[in-house]
Design a protein around this ligand. Sequence first.
Ligand code: C5P
Length: 235
Amino acid sequence: MTPSAPVRYFALIPAAGVGARMGAACPKQYMPLAGKLMLLHVLDTFASCDAIAHTYVVVSKEDGYIDEALAGARHLAGRVTVLHEGGATRHQSVLNGLKAMRATAGGEDWVLVHDAARPGLNCELIERLIDAVKDDPVGGLLALPVVDTLKRSSPEGRAEATVPRERLWAAQTPQMFRHALLLRALEQAAEVTDEASAVEALGLQPKLVEGSPRNFKITLPHDVALAELHLKGNP
Ligand code: C5P
């Protein structure tokens, strides 16, 4: 009897967005942040994490930045594979990436999907997620319990109601699922903005693992200064 191959952990980074809300000259994942491109912060973090077997990054078909970005990051050679498989939405980019990974990843291998726009992730958070989820039958994600009082607005922008925040979490990434399950979930789901929503639509309940405020998503120009503060203080 041949022993079954050990389960591996792969990173999949959707980086095919244009970052329109940032209003920058280039897609936001290629903006410099604390002396390094945003995407390289993320790729370096996964490359420095021993648990991660390999990282795949999904860029758009017409991406004109990635080759130059990686040319200046020789230490990532052999650790990162670029897939020019970006789709019209994040959902489609992740799905295309999962299909392209099929040549290497087995159905039982874990995939950690992480936004290129969250450069505050560090190895400690990746390990926290893996430790909490590696024996889980469903999978899970980093998330933060909501601490603010939540208001639902009227169409006129007035506070119409207060929404109880008990048991409410704000989803972050990485979101970690087995390759076969995630592929099936994203193929079957209507358009979703994260992987967990697609898995929930199968009737499953992903595990919530406490993330960190430093792992916030850079969306608007004023997010940049806060991200630099985190990255310079504690890379
Ligand atoms: O735009 P937003 O910040 O929600 O994007 C989250 C992540 O999804 C980013 O890393 C972005 O590059 C990626 N994305 C993608 N393909 C798209 C749209 C967004 O890979 N069509």
